[in-house]
Design a protein around this ligand. Structure first.
Ligand code: SF4
Length: 361
């Protein structure tokens, strides 16, 4: 069956429907495409924290801002394995490894990450990585190590992206998503609301995803967690109603993907989260930390699941377990010329924060 192609204007019409109708419409679509009483639980683990050279205006891990984040080197394999076992025993079906890198380099650290991927795959969890930009060959090496999914968010519309990040462009993001897709890895890609963008920006981002030949299998919807010291520290938190609207709209225009209720859950009531599940959220991040920002405790999540009659999804329910290919352990074949865009672009508020950080340190 062919998929409907949505324009930004059509998506905006959905987004602006009377909320009471939007909730009903999205809940109906959700039940036609998914088991509404099953939610996929992922654990997110920061394997290399802080010191990132990028200037994402929302991120406390960017080296140029003055935040409380302490830099940490790459975690050991034994630590990651212990976390994987812990995540599995507490109901997660997926472990996501996050590294504060601009892009993956063909070096010993990448080899170490490939080992982590193999190890977690052996544990029987879906493995996801979010490591910044990757080339096609790097994506292939990750796939051959047993990677199940790769996360790389578009964050917002192409227009608004330029107001948030200057150190790389939208086309760089799309290129990495394309590289992941070519390697046969499941794509996880979504956005953040509450960064000062308009409803049009939110819908334009959804139009980009809905217009892809294969939309991301997983679409995280994050509410900005405004962290002191970042350029977006003064943003007003989004209301639960905006979150419900965004999840519901995503559900309707991209019905087959799993929509993930991601950052910002600590600011939401149980009732608010229940509404998000009702309109189409089919996944959450568990664990008391999302990289560096707070997240509800896993026991609290399980309590809420029990009240709502939700069960955590088993691993590989939506795809097969990747087979590890031993032939791809080699670290040869670095890309000779990797060109990422936007070398001279600057965003004033990001520059201001960088200067303030210099004065404080
Ligand atoms: S979001 Fe990722 S790429 Fe951007 S500054 Fe943070 S760690 Fe770096």
């Amino acid at each position: 069956m062919s998929r409907r192609v949505w324009t930004k204007e059509e998506i905006l019409e959905v987004y602006n429907r009377p909320l009471i109708n939007l909730i009903y419409d999205a809940a109906t679509v959700h039940r036609a495409h998914h088991n509404a009483d099953e939610v996929q639980v992922s654990t997110l683990l920061s394997i290399k924290t802080g010191g990132c050279p990028e200037d994402c205006g929302y991120c406390p891990q960017a080296a140029r801002y003055h935040t409380d984040v302490q830099n940490e080197d790459l975690l050991s394999l034994s630590h990651v394995k212990a976390q994987a076992l812990r995540a599995k025993s507490s109901g997660s079906s997926r472990l996501c490894l996050g590294a504060a890198w601009r892009n993956v380099k063909d070096d010993h650290e990448f080899d170490h990450v490939l080992e982590m991927v193999r190890t977690i795959n052996d544990v029987g969890l879906e493995v996801c990585c979010t490591l910044g930009m990757v080339t096609e060959k790097q994506a292939q090496r990750l796939a051959d190590a047993g990677l199940y999914a790769y996360n790389h968010n578009l964050d917002s519309s192409e227009e608004y992206y330029k107001e948030i990040i200057s150190t790389r462009g939208y086309e760089d993001r799309l290129e990495t998503i394309g590289n992941v897709r070519k390697a046969g890895v499941s794509v996880c890609s979504g956005g953040i609301i509450g960064m000062g963008e308009t409803a049009e920006d939110r819908c334009a981002m959804l139009a980009t995803y809905a217009g892809m030949e294969t939309p991301p299998e997983s679409i995280p919807v994050n509410a900005l967690v405004a962290v002191e010291g970042t350029p977006l520290e003064d943003q007003t938190p989004v209301s639960i109603w905006e979150m419900v609207r965004m999840i519901a709209t995503t559900r309707i225009v991209i019905p087959d993907s799993v929509v993930r209720l991601s950052a910002g859950r600590t600011q939401m009531s149980d009732e608010g989260q229940a509404l998000c599940f009702m309109v189409g959220a089919g996944s959450i991040f568990a664990g008391d930390k999302l990289l560096t920002t707070p997240n509800p405790d896993v026991n609290k999540d399980m309590e809420l699941f029990s009240i709502l009659g939700i069960t955590p999804m088993e691993p590989y329910k939506k795809g097969e377990q990747p087979k590890v290919n031993e032939r791809y352990k080699s670290n040869e074949d670095p890309e000779k010329r990797i060109k990422w865009s936007r070398p001279a672009h600057t965003i004033e508020r990001n520059e201001v924060k960088k200067e303030e950080a210099k004065v404080k340190s």
